[in-house]
Design a protein around this ligand. Structure first.
Ligand code: ADP
Ligand code: ASP
Ligand code: MG
Length: 415
């Protein structure tokens, strides 16, 4: 008898028909003799609807009440799934995150899980019931509801699986697993049968929303493998696990992208000690997350300082930068709010030097200009005009033969 945690995302529970379908899948696991814990997201579109309601009411919401509101979608789906299971004579009980005892810090809307209690879950399982838990939520030390950031039900599932030392953590979604790039964006994308935590962490942090980044961090920390599967078709999906020497893999695993970036460039910044730190601290004081940073000396005593932010933070960032320009004097601000970031991820980059040049050449052949570049050990990111994103992803996907089956690649595989 295994202990299995299954998580179903928003589109998997998007209608009553789909909830019935999910109930059948849960029942199948139960009939195989396993203990089953199910984590559910809100029905498709519901969290967005709740966010729109809050924003329509006020732009300046109380974070505590905002979390009470946006966590409510999961309570609906957990009750419906539990009712569907009970109606099929499979005893089930649903619980919210706070009821189970998912304790978090106080950071509303992006709280981190500090502790997961397992006593209620254990009690229910011992009594033969299926446990259905609302994803995306927890409770802080004051007893207030918190939420875990968009996509946070993945993290709930991994946290519960890790706390219970589950045999499997299955994340069911609307695609067959993790692909070489978003299969809804590029139909030639291929399923990746197995991927390391490290590469998945990069893909998630660079825009592949199939797994929330924190769920991968947590899984890696507790060495809890995740299997990403489709709710709607059979298959083995993708196993996200520790790097394994026998894993057959490519030099590069996949391409992630973020379509809504903005680039802000300050030229003529006086070259005095600490000026970069000053600029960055002003931006972060305004709670704006900076993504990429580049600095280069232009003319004597002056330098150019360029950074990117998510487009939703562009207006806020511009306000700070305009204040800085007044303070530092003689600065020219150049911006482009219509850029996208494209990133190539692969463990093979550690030992192979030709990857960046292949990537840049592929973009060059397409006549695509690179506006900014950053690299780390296993990824290369470039910023491009947003209108070039699709062609850029296609070109790089082809250049690294990501559209070909693993066996057909030449030169073959990074061992
Ligand atoms: P859920 O509601 O089940 O949590 P999400 O919408 O959060 O589903 O995540 C699944 C989506 O992630 C897919 O529909 C796909 O469009 C997108 N996605 C982005 N990058 C990838 C990738 N590399 N592999 C698979 N899916 C991806
Ligand atoms: N319902 C939440 C969201 O839409 C959490 C999740 O789906 O994982 O972000
Ligand atoms: Mg998700």
């Amino acid at each position: 008898m295994a202990l299995i945690v299954q998580k179903y995302g928003g589109s998997s529970v998007g209608s009553l028909d789909r909830i019935h379908h999910v109930a059948q899948k849960v029942i199948k696991a139960k009939d195989e003799g396993h203990h089953v814990i199910v984590v559910v997201s809100a029905m498709y579109g519901e969290t967005d609807r709740l966010i729109r309601l809050a924003n329509a009411l006020t732009q300046d919401h109380d974070p505590r009440e905002y979390d009470v509101l946006i966590s409510s979608g999961e309570q609906v789906s957990m009750a419906l799934l539990s009712m569907a299971l009970n109606a099929k004579n499979y005893p089930a009980r649903s619980f919210t995150g706070p009821q189970i005892g998912i304790y978090t810090d106080n950071i509303h809307t992006k709280a981190r899980i500090l502790e997961v209690k397992t006593d209620i879950i254990q009690r229910e399982l011992t009594q033969g019931r299926i446990v259905v838990i609302a994803g995306f939520q927890g409770v802080n030390v004051n007893g207030d509801i918190t939420t875990l950031g968009r996509g946070g039900s993945d993290t709930t599932a991994v946290a519960i699986a890790a706390a219970l030392k589950a045999d499997e953590c299955q994340i069911y979604t609307d695609v067959d697993g993790v692909y070489t790039t978003d299969p809804h964006f590029l139909p030639e994308a291929r399923l990746i049968p197995q991927i390391s935590f490290e590469e998945m962490l990069e893909l998630s942090s660079l825009g592949a929303r199939v797994l929330q980044i924190r769920s991968v961090e947590l899984a890696s920390k507790h060495n809890m493998p995740i299997r990403v599967l489709s709710t709607f078709s059979e298959g083995n999906g993708t196993l996200v696990t520790l790097e394994d020497k026998t894993m057959r893999k490519r030099l590069v695993s996949g391409i992630a992208f973020s379509a809504e970036e903005a680039i802000i460039s300050l030229s003529g910044v006086p070259r005095k000690l600490g000026v970069e730190g000053h600029i960055l601290s002003k931006v972060s004081e305004a709670n704006i997350e900076i993504d990429m940073i580049a600095q280069n000396a232009s003319i004597e005593e002056k330098s150019d300082f360029t950074f990117t932010v998510h487009r939703r933070e562009y207006a806020k960032a511009m306000k700070v930068v305009e204040e800085l320009a007044t303070e530092l004097g003689s600065i020219t601000i150049k911006t482009n709010a219509k850029v996208a970031k494209l990133s190539l991820v692969g463990i093979g980059m550690r030992s192979n030097t030709g990857i960046a040049s292949t990537m840049f050449k592929a973009l060059g052949v397409e006549g695509i200009n690179i506006q900014m570049i950053t690299t780390s050990e296993i990824k290369i990111s470039v910023v491009l005009d947003e209108t070039h994103l699709k062609r850029g992803v296609e070109a790089i996907h082809r250049a690294f033969e990501l559209d070909k089956p693993l066996d057909a690649i030449n030169p073959p595989i990074f061992e």
